[in-house]
Design a protein around this ligand. Structure first.
Ligand code: FRU
Length: 455
């Protein structure tokens, strides 16, 4: 591989030659998955932030397009979502056309003579997403705040339904809900939070229904990213399960415990942030993509000119666990690509059992990622301290710990996906996941399983 492609994943999306953070505007329309993303068009670190654009028909092979929404002299283009306005509620399409509408946070940086602001704005495309125009009446939702961002908009209800926006009041650790008939006029409905993990600002909310596996019941899931204060340190993504009536989200369980391990996390690694779901995915599927990095060290990872990857797309549902709690289960959309290693294993995890799974280069003394399933502690740990280049930032070399799903199972299923610098681990059908970046001295293609008794 060339220097610039060293560690570049095959099936995890990366920008050709620039910085990338949050997935934006995830939308399926006319057989095409659209992935927009926060990018610095000309840089390998955060800046000049704009919406990049890529498309795919299988969620694994992506084609990158021109910048969809570029920053302007006095507007940065922060995270948001996209919808297909099939009923032309906003009136942006000519008869017979459908406008795709992006709802993003327009950021006006602070200057000596005026404060900054974050407000919600629209851009639209009437050619299926090829070219984008800013809406002339922007912004469409401005509450005079400097910390109001990341609108996720979706359609609620049938033909008589309405648009819903969930949006972060970041420093207040709240998610606000607004509704609109037309994407242009927005009415405040309710707020949720602060709740559960509040050790950082709240960002990138999402709200969607999921079926409880094996039933015909539906619950709503509110996803909230926070930075810092994540379960593994730095950025992390928590979720709440509850109900939503089109205007208000009501959680079914609020933990009284301050212990982050008692809360619900979409991922237990350090490298899964800003996860949001596709609008209009086929067959009612709920598919998400997250950003596989951590604000603690994202600017320092040793790649270039591209920097950062997305996670694999994950399909979500809910399971009711033995403790009565609903938990999100996630299954990856799996690549069938020789450059990606997928390992499925069942390891003993009863009392007194302990198993190490070592992913390595196969060379003596080479880089290693060590996973340990501990049946007594009922944990999975992921140790990347000897995984290759770990010295580029003091926070990177780390050991993460995830709980095994509740219950008294004496075995644990692991699905491990290794794609250059991104490793995703799915435990017991994805009831627990852990995403970790690695920069090994050669690809991690060998697997060793070392059963051992607990000490
Ligand atoms: C989350 C975030 C968002 C913001 C974007 C800016 O990673 O901080 O809140 O819109 O990144 O790039």
């Amino acid at each position: 591989p060339t220097v610039s492609d060293r560690w570049r994943p095959a099936a995890h999306f990366t920008a050709r030659r620039s910085w990338l953070n949050d997935p934006n505007g995830l939308l399926h329309h006319d057989g095409v998955y659209h992935l927009f993303f926060q990018t610095n068009p000309d840089g390998s670190t955060w800046g000049d932030i704009s919406w990049g654009h890529a498309t795919s028909t299988d969620l694994l092979t992506w084609t990158e397009h021109d910048i969809a929404i570029p920053r302007t002299a006095d507007e940065l283009v922060f995270s948001g979502s996209a919808v297909a306005d099939v009923h032309n509620t906003a009136g942006l399409a000519a008869p017979g056309q459908t406008a795709l509408v992006a709802i993003y946070t327009a950021v006006r940086p602070a200057r000596a003579d005026r404060p900054g602001s974050q407000a919600q704005a629209l851009a639209y495309s009437v050619d299926g997403g090829r070219s984008w125009e800013r809406y002339a009446g922007n912004p469409v939702l401005d509450i005079g705040s400097e910390e109001f961002r990341d609108p996720k908009v979706f359609w609620y209800g049938g033909p008589d339904g309405h648009w819903v926006m969930v949006v972060a009041e970041a420093v207040d650790r709240r998610v606000a809900v607004y509704t609109s008939p037309n994407l242009i006029e927005w009415t405040f409905e309710s707020r949720f939070g602060p709740a559960h993990a509040v050790g950082g600002v709240w960002e990138c909310p999402d709200l969607f229904p999921l079926t409880v596996r094996g039933t015909d019941r539906t619950r709503w899931v509110l996803v909230v990213s926070l930075n810092p204060g994540g379960i593994a340190g730095g950025t992390g993504t928590q979720y709440f399960v509850g109900d939503f009536d089109g205007r208000t989200f009501t959680p079914e369980r609020l933990s009284l415990s301050q212990d982050p391990r008692d809360l619900d996390w979409l991922d237990h690694g350090r490298d899964y942030y800003a996860a949001v779901s596709f609008n209009d995915a086929p067959d009612g599927r709920r598919l998400t993509i997250g950003w596989a990095s951590n604000w603690d060290y994202a600017a320092h990872t040793p790649t270039g000119p591209w920097r950062s990857a997305m996670s694999l797309a994950r399909e979500l549902d809910l399971v009711r666990a033995v403790d009565g709690r609903h938990r999100v289960a996630q299954r990856p959309v799996l690549p069938d690509d020789p450059r990606v290693t997928v390992v499925d294993l069942t390891v003993a995890s009863g009392a007194g059992e302990r198993t190490e799974v070592v992913l390595s280069t196969g060379e003596p003394g080479g880089s290693e990622l060590v996973l340990t399933v501990d049946g007594d502690a009922r944990t999975l740990t992921c140790d990347r301290t000897r995984s290759g280049d770990v010295g580029f930032h003091p926070a990177f070399a780390s050991v993460e710990t995830a709980p095994l799903p509740p219950g008294d199972a004496t075995t644990t299923d692991l699905r491990i996906v290794v794609d250059a610098c991104v490793v995703e681990i799915y435990v017991d059908g994805g009831q627990v996941t852990l995403t970790a970046l690695v920069f090994p001295d050669a690809p991690l293609v060998a697997v060793r399983v070392l059963p051992s008794r607990a000490r």
